[in-house]
Design a protein around this ligand. Sequence first.
Ligand code: LCS
Length: 395
Amino acid sequence: MVKKSWRFATLAVHGSEGGDPVTGAISPPIYQSSTFSFKNAQHGADLFAGTGQGYIYSRLMNPTQAALEREMAFLEEGEEALAFGSGMAAISTTVFTLCRSGENFVSANAIYGGTHAFYLKVLPRLNIGVQEVNAADLNHIEEAINERTRFIFIETPANPTMDLVDIRGCAEIAQRHNLKLVVDNTFATPYYQKPLLLGADLVVHSATKYIGGHGDTVAGIVIGKSRELMREMRKGVAQDIGGVISPFNAWLLLRGLKTLAVRMDRHTENAMRVAQFLAFHPKVEKVYYPGLRIHPQHELAKSQMSNFGGMLAFEVKGGLEAGRKFIDAVRLCTMAVSLGDCDTLIVHPASTTHSSYSAEDLKKAGIPAGLIRLSVGIEDVNDIIEDLEQAFKQI
Ligand code: LCS
């Protein structure tokens, strides 16, 4: 039995139904099947007409995918979710659901570089417009809205600057202009931030990151406040584009959810220690972590997040050259893109994850050329700090 009063960590472990309702299995079954038999011709016809109960084909829906969607909707407190083969499939399908040719949306300019690349490379072909603005000032969002605008897209905290956007403020603007608000909640996870409760209409995740948590799965998910909009996404767009999640990857994410809260607690505890170490280090120019009191958006972070997460960024004195040397000098930290894994990952965004940004776009988005991004893992934090210290000694 699942109690509504249980806290997030308990709900994430037990799930919305407390195990598999058919067999009682603690770990849900993996329905590794591409297709499902019909009872008779009429049953097949009913399923295609949307009037029958059952599964048809795993591009349309699979029971393991359905279980993941149920749990993510439960944890984000939305009505329905839709899982995808990647975060980018989730984001692109969201855009195609909300915008048609000739329409546009307003996006924060500090976002994951792959999302920015999708804007630059794909959307112009389809005549979908996007205005990227500095969303730290909500006036910029409001000024960019016109009669063809359909939604607002924000990522908070943002990759890689850790800039925050005021979700409640954006929701007010969206309501005033009759637009949808979409929030990329990858960095915070539903454990620390629930955008739907703050007024957003859709939440997207790269589930590749903290939801999976082990660096072994690429996946995405969208969670909607309204079942109606999610049905439109599923039936109207997603099933035909086909960016579907595999049953095994859906199962890996279901397994990841069980440890989400403990992993996030450890990521955050470690990130706070590392941020404090960096903030006082003589070779560090600046640290970007909303958990620090010196972070200009610390109060906003406290008002919309219950904790600060495992991502941070920093600049070393000496700019790009010193930053490169630093990254080459680490031993425990793994030089790799992605984030939210158990392992601490270090990366230079301007030349990797955000290489789709021109020098001018980097400047507009507030991403310094020498910025170093750290996805703080769940190792013993003393080992992480010792590794950073030995790297500092080499520059
Ligand atoms: N949203 C955010 C905030 C992300 O960080 C990423 C990927 C995506 C969406 C796209 O998700 P994917 O399709 O990769 O599952 N971020 C990456 C990064 O910073 N390094 O490698 C991938």
